[in-house]
Design a protein around this ligand. Structure first.
Ligand SMILES: Cc1cc2nc3c(=O)[nH]c(=O)nc-3n(C[C@H](O)[C@H](O)[C@H](O)COP(=O)(O)OP(=O)(O)OC[C@H]3O[C@@H](n4cnc5c(N)ncnc54)[C@H](O)[C@@H]3O)c2cc1C
Ligand code: FES
Length: 344
């Protein structure tokens, strides 16, 4: 451990001590402070903040898409990459006061593989049971970092489940992906994995009068499923719709379970859509990009809260659309599944 310095966050007036060897975001997470973040790897810009006071800040490797040089010169920084070497004051640009103080301290955990099921040709349903600790506390929609055995690498995966003991994940397999090919080819039932978390701010905000729009695709289904399952379990009766985009019918999964949620969440609508249905496929649902389908159904989203999760291009296309339909930008929540080792 290195020297510690005080980091003050404005305009919320919260101060924490941060070790030089840790990033500001990591240290805040360990202290139960939930700052806005996404990838934690300098790729997504969700943690971008402004340095009001203090110069001695160094950044680990990051993408200049997330923080262009001119912004860094102006005083912007990425909290997930920033190490401080003196006391500093940071202005949070993106924050949710309700969330910041509700943060749960992250824990290191060991879990055992219960099952690995193929749910589509490229999606796996991984179920883990916690061993140590036996339970963790998290908000539905959050994610864990899973360490790849034999390496120092880890990858982030959203929990699709709500149980404190049994964690479910929906993971896309990339042929050359370090974690996903390990999952597909080597990982066995009974094997143990090291996890850290929970992380993430893709959680249901308490706003009983606001309608909910969920938009997801691919493995982005995972945190949305967690939110829907938790709504059903908690008896939340907000009007909700889920636009679920896939390329072909064989890319869809958990459809029967989601359909059945209509019985548990009053007024819940489920709109799956295929962008490239295959001739002869048994499909009488919507066709088109999920954003185009949403546009066909929704004319006025004023006051709604939107939750988007999936590949970055889908999230990027949906955000301006939802805003143009009236969804307040500060209530458009998203998780982009950015990948490790992107552009510099
Ligand atoms: C907050 C957060 C939550 C996430 N939750 C999930 C989740 O619930 N489920 C899930 O499956 N993933 C999720 N991800 C993505 C996940 O963390 C990994 O980045 C992803 O699984 C790839 O890891 P890998 O080790 O298999 O591939 P890597 O070894 O990192 O990548 C190797 C190669 O695989 C290919 N590849 C990897 N990712 C992509 C991509 N997105 N598009 C195209 N090609 C790619 C590329 O060729 C890449 O060079 C999440 C990411 C974040 C930031
Ligand atoms: S969380 Fe810092 S750039 Fe993504």
């Amino acid at each position: 451990m290195g020297d510690k310095h005080r980091v003050r966050f404005e305009p919320v007036g919260i101060e924490i001590e941060v070790d030089e060897e840790q990033t500001v975001l990591r240290s805040a997470s360990e202290q139960g402070l939930m700052l806005m973040h996404g990838c934690k790897e300098g790729q997504c810009a969700a943690c971008k903040s402004f340095v009001l006071d203090g110069d001695d800040i160094e950044l680990d490797r990051y993408s200049t898409f997330a923080l262009p040089d001119y912004e860094r010169e102006e005083g912007f920084t990425l909290l997930c990459r920033a190490h401080v070497y003196e006391d500093v004051t940071i202005e949070l640009l993106n924050f949710d006061e309700e969330m910041i103080r509700s943060g749960l301290p992250i824990v290191n955990a060991v879990a055992e593989v219960v099952s690995i099921d193929t749910v589509t040709h490229d999606l796996r349903h991984l179920v883990l049971e916690l061993i140590e600790p036996a339970e963790i506390t998290f908000f539905p929609g959050q994610y864990m970092d899973i360490k790849i055995p034999g390496t120092e690498e880890s990858r982030s995966f959203s929990m699709a489940s709500t149980s404190a003991r049994v964690l479910e994940f929906i993971i896309k397999v990339y042929p050359d992906g370090l974690f996903s090919s390990f999952l597909d080819k080597s990982l066995k039932v009974g094997q143990r994995l090291d996890l850290t978390g929970p992380f993430g701010v893709f959680t249901l905000r308490d706003a009983p009068d606001s309608d909910l729009i969920f938009v997801g695709g691919g493995a982005g289904l995972a945190p949305i499923l967690a939110l829907l399952r938790s709504m059903a379990e908690r008896g939340i009766e907000r009007k909700a719709v889920f636009y679920y985009g896939a390329r072909t019918a064989k890319d869809l999964c958990f459809v029967a379970e989601i359909e059945a949620l209509k019985d548990k969440i009053p007024g819940f609508r489920f709109v799956p859509a295929l962008s490239e249905p295959v001739d002869g496929e048994d499909w009488d649902g919507e066709v088109g990009f999920i954003t185009d389908v949403l546009k066909r159904y929704e004319a006025d989203l004023r006051g709604a809260h939107a939750y988007l999760c999936g590949p970055p291009p889908m999230v990027e296309a949906a955000m301006p659309l939802l805003a143009s339909l009236g969804a307040p930008e500060k209530h458009i929540y998203y998780d982009k599944f950015t990948t490790t080792g992107g552009e510099d």
